[in-house]
Design a binder for this molecule. Structure first.
Ligand code: C2E
Ligand code: MG
Ligand code: MG
Length: 750
């Protein structure tokens, strides 16, 4: 069927061994990139049922190079044989194909099989036929992307060479395009993949893997060094490595034992550019004088196309490295104190959680420097920083490697470690000697709260809370002391916490309300006023005494809103009573220090008066004696503003504080309220009597009205009256009652 090919060259016998040698792929793991196999020849499959054609073709092409590489021939005598070769060969450049073999269209069917079934798009096909009558139709040529169609007689040696060269060139271009596309896909995928990797090491590892994929090699012989990591001038370190180098991660580059590798990386970092030699070294220049060099041991110099891909990859990855570095820096800031180079609170809590797994014998200490704010104020912040640094240095000398230290807040350190090292006496001893701060000898004391991890049921940040509770106790005792946490302490604090949460919710859900206790003119027995007193009834229907929840509201700042609510409610109640005909009636409202100090206090007061339309003189504000004496200038300022509204002021719980006569005179308040403790003692003891009498005399002497609270018996009432007390309040007259009850009570007394 087939015809002899006219070849200009002499036909010599082919050596089967040579053929075998071509058939055996010396590099089964050939590169997918660049279009040239690592086999370093173009593989050409001859499919023809005429054995002579095989020999002739091979001989004709012997010794010729196409695009600088020799040809390697594979042979199939039929369409079927060709299929079995195609099944295992993937990088055939050209198939020289006979049309008519075992069947009239065996060749055409093979084309269909290659293109449609195997999806071999790059391989070029040259049809050779001895019978022009069997030529494929023009559509077939187009549909199956056939490179060339020649009758065998046309194919002289030169013609064949030209045809093959053209086919191989086009194969090469197609492969280059293909791998370009694959490479770009890898870059896109790779960058997306890499951006998920947090942390420089993982990112660098990802780069290394991605580079291998890009170059179609195993992740072997790859290494990545970073210069100017934490300190820009620091020596370069290995941050990622694969294969034979993987043991070197974190080692300085100078310790890399393979001189070529070390030198190439060093050169790359100093020359600041990619180097393509037997190994390829990529340079990633980053901000702040940092740089990364990645070495890929490909085993040969890279082709242009690979270099272009790598350039695209590098520019992409540089951005990635930059981001990762920023991220690492952010992490560092999130977990470390920059001034003292210590873990911060967040990091310390993590450490605590880790230690909880083995809490035996471990103690947590919270060391709080005394009067640090004063040191800062007196000597400046820079000096303050130095104080902290010298404290850290002494503490860390003592603690060594078995424990961890962190900065929890400005002047508070957390220490975690074995009990033998971290205990009250040990820490106190550390502060016995003065500290050396920039040449000055400075005596510093610290108060410490300690928790033996086994003594607490808390975890993580709650443990720190326990230590804080102990620290607070220690501070209450005296500065410079230490206190161990006990579960009883914790319970106390936790209950208060629960109570505060309940109070907040209670206020929001309107379970707080105001009751009123009348105040009586002792001489006439007339009702002149009432004191507004706050009540809290919990969801379960229990009353929580104000002595418990008011201090909590004061500490938490909740009193600002609650106090405003009481004030407005009380004013509204005055308005109600007025409309019911109780014209000459005053309302006393308790005011906390936090409210009094609040910059908006006068606005709150004015608004309450304006919104209810009551006159100022219908309102009396009760402030405690200790409050009145705390910050006399501030108090005087606010008092004069209050006076401007017409409202009066009473000093509550008088006798319990330490007011001086001169201060009392300066305050110019309208009323003194004798604390009920002295009222109750007045009938039992001489001392109580003396104090009550003293307060009455004092008030009267300064021209004030005096009121006694907590009058429970008529005897007390008579007694106080005879001592000169003007007014009274107590169970004898009435208990605190709701607004409706007060109206009924007042009507009944009229
Ligand atoms: P306070 O201002 O000294 O109020 C007088 C307290 O004495 C009230 O206690 C009242 O119920 C109680 N009391 C009145 N008569 C008698 C009596 O004859 N015998 C006895 N044993 N007690 C009597 P309460 O209502 O428990 O309030 C306690 C404290 O809570 C108040 O002491 C006041 O300091 C504070 N408080 C109550 N309501 C408010 C408020 O709205 N704002 C602020 N800031 N504090 C409030
Ligand atoms: Mg009061
Ligand atoms: Mg009182």
């Amino acid at each position: 069927m087939s015809e002899k090919i006219e070849l200009a060259s002499t036909v010599a016998s082919a050596d089967d061994d040579d053929l075998l040698q071509f058939l055996e792929d010396p590099h089964p793991e050939v590169s997918e990139s660049g279009g040239q196999s690592a086999g370093k020849s173009w593989r050409v499959l001859i499919v023809d049922d005429d054995a002579d054609v095989h020999k002739a073709t091979e001989l004709a092409m012997q010794g010729l190079l196409v695009e600088g590489l020799p040809l390697a021939f594979l042979h199939a005598e039929s369409g079927v044989a060709a299929r079995s070769i195609l099944a295992s060969e993937s990088d055939l450049a050209v198939v020289l194909l006979d049309v008519v073999m075992e069947s009239d269209d065996a060749g055409l069917q093979l084309i269909h099989h290659m293109r449609d079934v195997l999806g071999l798009q790059a391989t070029r096909i040259v049809l050779r036929t001895g019978q022009p009558g069997y030529a494929p139709e023009i559509e077939t040529v187009q549909a199956y992307d056939i490179n060339d169609y020649k009758t065998k007689s046309e194919l002289t040696r030169t013609r064949l060479y030209t045809v093959l060269t053209a086919a191989i060139r086009s194969y090469k271009q197609i492969r280059a395009l293909e791998s370009n596309r694959q490479g770009l896909e890898l870059i896109v995928e790779g960058s997306a993949e890499l951006s998920r990797l947090r942390g420089l090491h993982r990112f660098a590892e990802g780069v290394v893997t991605q580079l291998c994929a890009l170059l179609g090699i195993l992740p072997e012989g790859l290494i990545c060094a970073q210069a100017g990591s934490d300190r820009p001038s620091g020596p370069p370190r290995i941050i990622a490595a694969a294969g034979q180098y993987s043991g070197m991660i974190n080692a300085p580059l100078s310790s890399v034992q393979v001189p070529q590798v070390r030198k190439l990386l060093e050169r790359c970092l100093t020359e600041r550019k990619n180097i393509y030699e037997d190994a390829t070294c990529l340079y990633f220049g980053l901000s702040n004088d940092r740089a990364i060099a990645a070495l890929v041991d490909v085993g040969h110099a890279l082709q242009d196309i690979d270099r272009q891909l790598l350039l695209a990859f590098c520019s992409n990855i540089t951005v990635g490295f930059e981001n990762v570095m920023l991220y690492t820096q952010l992490l560092d800031h999130a977990y470390n104190d920059q001034l003292l180079q210590l873990p911060n609170r967040t990091r310390f809590i993590e450490l605590l959680e880790q230690n909880l797994k083995q809490p035996q014998g471990i103690t947590l200490a919270l060391v709080d420097l005394d009067d640090f704010a004063e040191i800062n104020d007196a000597f400046g912040h820079q000096f303050g920083d130095q104080v902290l640094l010298s404290v850290v240095s002494r503490l860390s000398q003592h603690l060594g490697f078995n424990s961890s230290m962190a900065r929890i807040s400005g002047d508070t350190f957390g220490i975690l470690g074995p009990e033998g090292l971290i205990n009250a006496t040990g820490i106190e001893a550390l502060f016995a000697d003065p500290f050396n701060v920039v040449g000055e000898r400075l005596q510093i004391s610290a108060t410490t709260g300690l928790v033996r991890l086994t003594d607490s049921a808390s975890v993580g940040s709650e443990l720190l809370l326990d230590a804080q509770i102990a620290l607070k106790r220690a501070k209450q005792q005296n500065r410079g002391s230490s206190q161990y946490f006990s579960s009883a302490m914790g319970q106390d604090a936790r209950e208060r916490f629960k109570l505060l949460k309940g109070l907040r919710a209670g206020f929001e859900e309107r379970r707080l309300f105001v009751v009123y206790q009348p105040q009586i003119d002792l001489e006439t027995g007339k009702v002149i006023a009432a004191e507004a007193l706050l009540r809290w009834k919990t969801e379960e229907g229990k009353f929580v005494p104000p002595d418990q929840f008011i201090p909590l509201a004061e500490q938490s700042g909740l009193i600002i809103n609650i106090g405003e609510f009481v004030l407005r409610t009380a004013c509204y109640q005055v308005k109600q009573l007025r409309s019911l005909g109780h014209a000459d009636f005053r309302m006393a409202v308790n005011i906390s220090m936090a409210q009094f100090r609040h910059p908006n206090f006068m606005d709150v007061l004015n608004n309450a008066l304006r919104d209810t339309g009551i006159e100022g003189h219908c309102l009396e504000l009760e402030i405690t004696e200790s409050m009145a004496m705390e910050d006399i200038h501030m108090v005087q300022r606010v008092l004069s503003a209050i006076r401007g509204t017409g409202a009066t002021v009473a000093i509550d719980d008088f006798g319990t504080g330490f007011s001086s006569l001169s201060q009392l005179r300066q305050l110019k308040v309208e009323r003194l309220k004798i604390d009920r403790a002295f009222v109750q003692e007045a009938q039992n003891s001489n001392a109580g009597y003396t104090i009550a009498q003293m307060v009455i005399n004092l008030g009267r002497g300064l021209g004030m009205r005096v009121i006694a609270e907590g009058i429970e018996t008529d005897e007390q009432r008579q007694h106080l009256l005879s001592m000169g007390c003007h007014e009274g309040q107590g169970y004898l007259f009435a208990r605190p009652m709701t607004a409706e009850d007060l109206v009924l009570w007042m009507d009944a007394r009229r």
